[in-house]
Design a protein around this ligand. Structure first.
Ligand code: 13P
Length: 254
């Protein structure tokens, strides 16, 4: 994976109360208190962010914190939404943008995702920008074009060196929460295409440095094979990141 720093990111989705979140950290603390070269990120639900952030600091853990979504405006009449300023205020580093569950269940489009990506970058947050095709699109041979549209439209008008400020996650929708992991070689191929597209949009240097993760049914028993692929720089993990033992096996995949 060239000299890109591997990343293991846990997307907790709508799981864990604050008490459960703090208990989880207690369970993983001894395994994430030193720098192993892998960047470890957890993305709890909004309600647990503050407690998890405080606990990471208190225990001096080598874990970065991310949110799972945000609105693009700084403030306003947007009942139920959370702004980039609010995430910055909590000291967060990352924010997942454009997860397929947001696209499929909450009406997010490449256009709204573009607004969110710009707002996150403008506020110094590092987006973990998710892209991926449905099973129908894959079977119709449309994977590359669907992902190219998601990337091109999602990053429309975004400038500057993105290599340290943006992470991309390729998450084929048919592999999320289904136990059907993509063949590592297939995921590697799609990610190679994504890197080539980033090269044509933002230059070779950015493409060489930017981290592109795979997500979709990553588990302790398949993570090493996935991470052995040269284009895959890490994983965005749902279900298997929720239990301390399994999470620690993932972050210590090497
Ligand atoms: P699973 O690991 O549960 O398949 O979820 C993947 C995902 O959606 C991470 O964002």
């Amino acid at each position: 994976m060239a000299d890109r720093r591997p990343m293991m990111a846990g997307n907790w989705k709508m799981h864990k109360t604050t008490t459960e979140a703090v208990a989880f950290l207690e369970g993983v603390a001894a395994g994430v208190d030193k720098d192993t070269g892998v960047e470890v990120v957890v993305c709890p639900p909004y309600t647990a962010l503050s407690a998890v952030g405080a606990d990471i600091k208190k225990k001096n853990l080598k874990v970065s914190l991310g949110a799972q979504n945000m609105h693009w405006e700084e403030a306003g009449a947007f009942t139920g939404e959370i702004s980039p300023l609010m995430l910055v205020d909590l000291g967060l580093e990352f924010v997942i943008i454009g997860h397929s569950e947001r696209r499929q269940l909450f009406g997010e489009t490449n256009e709204t995702i573009n607004k969110k990506l710009k707002a996150a970058l403008d506020h110094g947050l590092k987006p973990i920008f998710c892209v991926g095709e449905t099973l129908d699109q894959r079977e119709a041979g449309q994977t590359t074009e669907v992902i190219a549209a998601q990337i091109t439209e999602g990053l429309e008008g975004v400038g500057g060196d993105l290599s340290e400020r943006l992470v991309i996650a390729y998450e084929p929708i048919w592999a999320i929460g289904t136990g059907k992991v993509a063949e590592p070689e297939d995921a590697n191929d799609v990610i190679r295409h994504i890197r080539a597209l980033i090269s044509s949009l933002f230059g070779v240097d950015t493409a060489r440095k930017i981290r592109i993760l795979y997500g979709g049914s990553v588990k302790p028993d398949n993570v090493a094979k996935i991470m052995a692929e040269p284009e895959i720089d890490g994983a965005l993990v749902g279900g298997a990141c929720l239990k301390p033992e399994s999470f620690l096996e993932l972050v210590n995949y090497q």
